[in-house]
Design a protein around this ligand. Structure first.
Ligand code: ARG
Length: 254
């Protein structure tokens, strides 16, 4: 009786292990990057494929780890929570390093140091600089540093899921300006004769990759990969490659 019971328990445990593993156990050969892929040249979609500077850096990290990269596309305000909850191994999404975010994740060394929030307006706009933003309707991507900057300095902006939607809203006259990161801004206005970027940026920022707090081993590999790519000028080359690519590809899919 005793043996029979333990045998059936063992069988039950075994079948659960097999059955459960299909649903709950993460595949060891895969690493997951969380991103929001409407942000060229850093991340965008070409048909069903993900492309961009962050995707290529992440592919190099996956390679260094001997794993396959999976890209999880989600809203920007979900990318850091995806890391803290373990849904993703890292987040690479043109993420600006901020003191606030450092409280929930650890950051790699920066891979881009000249990021900035800029103002996009219609060419006919009377807005000429940051002072003119007062009392105006400003579009931002929800949860970004552009959102935080506007909220702290000008009051609540209009929040959109991505910059492309914010820009369409501006073209339709529903917002007066859009505040987003410089390289994506350049990308978005490249094929739009009715829009321009104002000269003076609002902020200066640095991009880095976010990992779960205390995940020092992964961070070490990520830092090594970034360091090497920076030394070889590869990140600069990726910026150029993807800027050209997205100009040709046009607007990213929503
Ligand atoms: N750099 C800004 C931030 O960290 C915006 C990043 C938006 N990234 C994206 N993939 N949509 O808040």
């Amino acid at each position: 009786m005793k043996t029979k019971l333990s045998l059936s328990l063992a069988v039950a445990a075994l079948s659960c292990m097999m059955g459960c593993s299909r649903q709950t156990t993460v595949d060891d050969s895969v690493v997951t990057m969380a991103t929001e892929a409407t942000f060229p040249p850093y991340e965008y979609r070409v048909n069903d494929q993900f492309a961009g500077v962050d995707v290529d850096i992440s592919a190099a990290i996956a390679k260094a780890l001997g794993k396959t990269l999976k890209v999880e596309d989600m809203k920007f305000d979900s990318v850091i929570p995806a890391v803290t909850t373990g849904k993703a191994d890292w987040a690479a999404a043109g993420i600006t390093v901020t003191e606030d975010r450092k409280e929930s994740v650890d950051f790699s060394i920066p891979y881009y140091r000249d990021a900035a929030q800029v103002i996009i307006v219609p060419v006919s706009s009377s807005i000429a600089d940051a002072d003119d933003l007062k009392g105006k309707k400003i579009g931002v991507q929800s949860g970004t540093t552009g959102d935080t900057f506007m909220t702290n300095n000008y009051g609540d902006p209009e929040r959109f899921d991505n910059a492309a939607i914010a820009i369409s809203a501006m073209q339709a006259g529903r917002v007066d300006a859009v505040v987003i990161d410089e390289a994506p801004a350049k990308n978005f206005v490249a094929d739009k004769a009715d829009l321009k970027i104002l000269e003076t940026p609002l902020t200066v920022e640095e991009y880095a990759i976010a990992v779960r707090k205390g995940n020092a081993k992964l961070l070490e590999t990520i830092n090594k990969v970034i360091e090497e790519m920076l030394e070889k000028g590869e990140i600069k080359a990726l910026m150029e490659k993807h800027t050209k690519a997205t100009e040709v590809a046009g607007e990213p899919a929503a």
